[in-house]
Design a protein around this ligand. Structure first.
Ligand code: PLP
Length: 412
């Protein structure tokens, strides 16, 4: 690297840049000075050093605060330069000091729980619904945590001296229920609020601006955006990030550098992908809301590319009937996916708890991609047709009906 450059660009000294600019440039600020355009992929698992006294000092420092070691990397489990680019970029987008990437969303959540449990703070207060496996991890207490499920209004009363975390999702998977994060953060007092922001992405919502201390993503979804990377990330302050890096080092849930590269590339188009898919989703919501075969449509005020709806007919017939839309779990890819939460994504949640959280057996969850809206509607229309046995096909269907009531039908 040519450090003699006379007009060295110091990212810390620049004025704040808009989200769309950060999405394309964050984590890449040094590339031009290195004579590079695309980010390099560093696949090294280990790094040479002839100065083992220096290495000892750097490892001691990592053991104290978990800060990313300065200078050349030491070993892949302590940190990787390609992954660090993605972490830097995501932190900028979420407006946090730091971010720590993991092998999956569940590995990221596990690290947060372990970080708190290792301080004797094993109790978690959580609001349903959560992603099915997050619910399962907390309910089963697999990592030694103990969970109290509450309504948002019950958070303050549920806090105990050993409460280490309050966990919520907004919009929630799969009902798209929204929470008042600002009010929740207030109820948490000094206990960190973790908001799973997988559905909204930082394009639509930055939870730290509303008082959340930790922002979790299944980066497998919108951040990667193409259905070909599995990853998780926690955006937070540097103090918590240090603890998470130490946990990651000790438990090994690291992100592969190639995944880090793909995520960095995915972030560049995140704003345009999310906005385009959200516009299509809003139009599909309008058409579903006007359709007599559909009992209820859920769509959050914050917007986004996830929609959920309950059908009068058999939801399994809709899944069997799609041709363009892929019947599959997961979400956030360039192509549209649909699934039946009670059968798949939330199958692992106890039936009573699942229904209590508003996940009806007739609910379908769709991740809207970047296809043409009329092609998607034609596919949905055909798939819904298969459920029309009992539906009111002769009813007064006016596709141009205004969106009145959409807000009321959305959210909780
Ligand atoms: C998928 C998902 C997760 C889990 O992420 P993985 O990358 O599959 O481990 C967590 N939270 C939400 C909201 C999700 O949709």
């Amino acid at each position: 690297m040519n450090s003699a450059s006379t007009h060295a660009y110091d990212p810390a000294r620049t004025t704040p840049r808009a989200l769309d600019t950060e999405a394309v440039h964050a984590g890449r600020d040094d590339l031009a000075r290195q004579g590079l355009h695309a980010a390099p992929i560093d696949l090294s698992t280990t790094y040479p050093s002839y100065d083992s006294r220096g290495e000892a000092a750097r490892i001691d420092t990592f053991a104290v605060d978990g800060a990313e070691p300065e200078g050349t990397p030491i070993y892949g489990r302590l940190g990787n330069p390609t992954v660090a680019r993605f972490e830097t970029a995501l932190a900028r987008l979420e407006g946090t000091e730091s971010a720590v990437a993991f092998a999956s969303g569940m590995a990221a959540l596990s690290a947060v729980l372990l970080a708190r449990a290792s301080m004797g703070l094993r109790h978690v207060v959580a609001v349903r619904p959560l992603y099915g496996c997050s619910d399962h991890l907390l309910t089963a207490g697999l990592l030694g945590s103990e969970v109290t499920w509450v309504d948002p209004a019950g958070v303050a009363d549920a806090l105990r001296p050993d409460t280490g975390l309050v966990m919520v999702e907004s919009p929630a998977n799969p009902t798209l229920a929204e929470l008042d994060l600002r009010a929740l953060a207030h109820s948490c007092g000094s206990v960190p609020l973790l908001a799973d922001n997988t559905f909204a992405t930082p394009v639509l919502q930055r939870p730290v601006e509303q008082g959340a201390r930790l922002v979790l993503h299944s980066a497998t979804k919108y951040l990667g955006g193409h259905g070909d990377v599995m990853a998780g990330v926690v955006a937070c302050d540097e103090e918590f990030a240090g603890r998470l890096r130490q946990i990651r080092f000790a438990t090994g849930g690291v992100l592969h550098p190639l995944a880090g590269y793909l995520l960095l590339r995915g972030l560049a188009t995140l704003p345009v992908r999310v906005r385009a898919a959200s516009a299509t989703a809003a139009e599909l919501v309008r058409r579903l809301d006007a359709d007599p075969r559909v009992a209820r449509v859920h769509y959050p005020r914050v917007g986004g590319a996830m929609i959920a709806f309950e059908v009068h007919g058999d939801p399994h017939d809709v899944i069997a009937g799609v041709r363009l839309i892929t019947p599959a779990v997961s979400l956030g890819s360039v192509d549209s996916l649909i699934q039946h939460p009670a059968s798949i994504s939330h199958r692992i949640v106890d039936e009573t708890d699942r229904r209590g959280a508003g996940v009806s057996d007739r609910l379908l969850r769709m991740s809207v991609g970047l296809e043409d809206v009329d092609d998607l509607w034609a596919d949905l229309d055909g798939a819904l047709g298969a459920t029309a046995d009992t539906a009111t096909m002769g009813a007064d269907v006016d596709a141009e009906r205004p969106v009145a009531g959409l807000g009321a039908a959305s959210g909780r």
